[in-house]
Ligand binder design. Structure first.
Ligand code: 5RP
Length: 277
């Protein structure tokens, strides 16, 4: 009869995967511990697989603290996360309507938490791996502080060291025209992001648009502007992001500037130095 009993199948130990999940959870918990004040009323919640640990940590806080807060999602995925955690969802456009006076610098949110695909030493980020970067940038721009929640794998000396290309959200009618402009800026084979494996066609964002991923050589830090050479496709982070943003048909570029100078993007980060945990 022993022959009829199958030996138990050993569960494979996925050490690398477990380590990464532990790092994401640690980053999410630390972000909430260090940057979510119980006084806050409006909190932005970004997208991606790390952000679920931020929401998990918030959901573990005392109910009388979180009940006073409203959470603004950056897309359908984060809206579902907030709802599942039984926290109050507030849409971006409804957030603005809660304020009847002009808010300096559009800083409606006390803080927002979001993930990143890559982060450089100036805290510039590539975002948009999940194609949510337009609403993510809107929420970041509306926040007093942007907290980038990133594990050890995301830290790079220069953006585009490990990530394939800059995610760019494009209105569908302009997709091919934008792709050609990107070639002129020195991108190597910009491509329209396709859907799930086995499904034909390009992905459609929460805003009904396409995404182009544009590979470039690693981006120079803003402090390395003296080495910039657009004829060789060598750009600083801010110079390339603003050139791409200026192309007609581009809704948003998945580059978040970390610098704190007096330029326009500084306002976008709420005028505060962005932080990384
Ligand atoms: C989605 C994003 C995400 O924040 C980014 O892709 C990081 O995701 P993950 O936490 O899963 O690594 O920008 O558009």
């Amino acid at each position: 009869t022993d022959n009829l009993v199958e030996p138990p199948v050993p569960t494979p130990v996925n050490t690398a995967g477990d380590l990464v999940e532990a790092a994401k959870r640690a980053a999410g918990r630390r972000a909430v511990e260090d940057y979510l004040s119980p006084e806050f009323r409006y909190v932005g919640i970004g997208s991606g697989s790390t952000i679920k640990y931020v929401v998990e940590a918030i959901a573990d806080l005392p109910r009388d603290v979180t009940a006073k807060m409203k959470f603004v999602p950056t897309g359908s995925q984060s809206r579902a996360l907030i709802r599942e955690a039984k926290l109050t969802v507030l849409a971006i456009d409804d957030l603005v309507l809660e304020f009847n006076e002009r808010v300096p610098g559009q800083q409606y949110l006390d803080v927002c938490f979001d993930g990143a695909d890559e982060v450089d030493p100036e805290l510039n980020c590539i975002k948009g791996g999940g194609a949510c970067h337009y609403q993510e940038k809107l929420v970041a721009k509306f926040s007093k502080q942007f907290v980038c929640v990133a594990d050890y794998r995301k830290e790079v000396p220069n953006l585009l060291t490990s990530w394939v290309g800059i995610p760019i959200e494009v209105q569908p009618l302009a997709t091919e025209a934008v792709r050609r402009e990107l070639l002129l800026l020195g991108s190597k084979k910009p491509f329209v992001r396709s859907g799930l494996p086995g499904k034909a066609g390009s992905i459609v964002t929460d805003n009904g648009n396409n995404v182009i991923d544009a590979p470039f050589p690693p981006l120079l830090l803003n402090s390395q502007a003296d080495q910039m050479d657009p004829s060789k496709g060598l750009w600083t982070v801010d110079a390339l992001a603003s050139r791409i943003k200026a192309i007609t048909g581009v809704l948003e570029v998945g580059v978040f500037s970390g610098h704190t100078g007096p330029e326009a993007l500084q306002k976008g980060m709420g005028g505060e130095k962005p932080v990384k945990v």
